[in-house]
Design a protein around this ligand. Structure first.
Ligand SMILES: [Ca+2]
Length: 165
């Protein structure tokens, strides 16, 4: 199975799971963590603009982490390095019909924002392992008119997770 095919199937699986109501979003991301392929630099389909890099201490380890957005024709790739160790690239379709996707129509963007009561207000519950503290920040990936995807450090499972409104 090629890298592209493998990743594409994974993306489809994530999208399917994400469409299932009440299915915890974090489970989808766990699948990403378990199954996704880390691209070697030479095999990556993405371009990595220098403007789409942010730094923050996501896991509050005391060491800065990096989040970088790669851009391709039909998807973006989110590469997060926790304390300089890269996690598998998370493929995010540029497709407004998919729950785990961003919309076309505006350049994809990435930013760092404080964690807040936003998920509680939007979802009616606080995602697992989501904390609000002076140092708690999350990564926001957005594009077009869709609600943004928020990636945060799940302090219960000690792994990256995500939510969206
Ligand atoms: Ca860190």
């Amino acid at each position: 199975m090629s890298l592209t095919t493998s990743t594409h199937r994974l993306t489809e699986r994530i999208a399917l799971l994400a469409r299932m109501k009440r299915f915890p979003a974090a489970v989808c991301l766990s699948l990403v963590c378990l199954s996704a392929v880390v691209y070697a630099d030479h095999a990556s389909p993405y371009e990595w603009p220098a403007a789409l890099v942010v730094q923050a201490d996501l896991d509050r380890s005391g060491q800065l982490d990096t989040a970088q957005l790669g851009v391709a024709a039909e998807s973006v790739g989110l590469l997060i390095k926790i304390d300089a160790s890269p996690l598998p690239i998370i493929e995010i379709p540029i497709d407004g019909s998919q729950q785990f996707g961003i919309c076309p129509g505006a350049a994809p963007s990435i930013s760092v924002v404080p964690q807040s009561e936003a998920p509680l207000n939007a979802l009616g519950e606080t995602p697992r392992g989501y904390e609000i503290c002076p140092e708690c920040v999350e990564i926001v990936v957005s594009g077009g008119e869709c609600d943004a995807l928020h990636f945060y450090w799940d302090t219960v499972r000690n792994e990256l997770s995500w939510w969206r409104a």
